[in-house]
Design a binder for this molecule. Structure first.
Ligand SMILES: [Zn+2]
Length: 287
């Protein structure tokens, strides 16, 4: 059950102000790494709008209780079914019918699409159709941990509320700090295997291993498939390894590799292909 005490206060305030002025948008996209908190925030607003108590939302009146327990006719929550990674079009379709109905209790009906990044393409398109419908008294909330994975046409029809990021952690945090956009993160996808390959390549450079040239070609192929974000990621990773070695006191070696990586940056600016850049490194570091 949603916890009204664990909300994002900034977002809740913003929604409350809009509600007070009767200016809630047609659709919101809440972007956050903490989807549970975002869901709480959405429920907080809906309770606020329908609460019968004095201190809205009290969470205890009949309306709040019905909303929070999922027994309120004006609130629809859609999320991936248990054990599934995606939200299917069959889950979005019923909303179309609901869109035509009038609110049963309050002024508005509320559609909540939790984990919006999990919408399949057909589900996204169905949702897009809903959002394109002219003004029904419906407010749609999409919650996503990654705006880049929400269809741009959907994004453009929503007001985006990006939660203050609790410093994104791990790889994504590192990449965001280093100039990657959410869009690029989304394009990058999972990189576990690629990470390994880059690590091997880097180690081969350090070992002046002749096999580096083979790894170079393997990486070149991967980058070709992954496109620009993958290439950006490759050079960033190599620099990260070299910088880490530098910090660990491998001064001469790491500094030399870093210097070559800066040369690669210049080569890239002159449109030298990624494969040629990788070859350059592999050959330079051959015994
Ligand atoms: Zn209440």
């Amino acid at each position: 059950m949603p916890d009204l005490k664990s909300v994002n206060h900034e977002a809740a305030d913003r929604l409350k102000r809009a509600k007070d002025k009767d200016k809630l948008a047609h659709a919101y996209l809440l972007v956050t790494g903490d989807e549970a908190q975002a869901l709480n925030t959405v429920y907080w607003l809906i309770c606020y709008a329908n609460c019968q108590g004095e201190n809205k939302p009290d969470g205890t009146c009949v309306s709040c209780q019905r909303i929070l327990s999922g027994n309120y006719p004006d609130v629809f929550l859609v999320k991936p079914e248990a054990g599934r990674q995606t939200t299917s079009i069959d889950q979005i379709r019923p909303l179309k019918e609901e869109l035509a109905k009038s609110p049963a209790e309050g002024d508005f009906r509320y559609f909540i699409i939790d984990q919006a990044q999990s919408l399949t393409l057909s589900a996204s398109n169905a949702l897009l159709n809903l959002l394109e419908e002219p003004v029904a008294p419906v407010v749609t909330f999409l919650i996503a941990n990654n705006a880049g994975q929400v269809l741009p046409t959907i994004r453009s029809r929503t007001q985006i509320i990006a939660f203050e990021q609790k410093a994104a952690s791990g790889r994504d945090g590192f990449l965001l700090e280093n100039g990657f956009s959410q869009e690029e993160l989304a394009q990058l996808g999972k990189t576990d295997q690629f990470d390994q390959q880059v690590k091997y390549f880097y180690q081969e450079l350090k070992d002046q291993d002749a096999l580096a040239i083979i790894s170079a070609h393997r990486l070149g192929d991967q980058v070709k498939k992954g496109g620009k974000p993958m290439e950006k990621y490759l050079w960033l990773l190599l620099k990260k390894w070299a910088e880490r070695d530098l910090e660990n006191g491998e001064l001469t070696l790491a500094a030399a590799i870093l210097s070559d990586l800066l040369t690669v940056d210049q080569m890239r600016q002159s449109n030298v292909s990624v494969l040629n850049c990788l070859d350059f490194l592999a050959l330079k570091w051959q015994k």
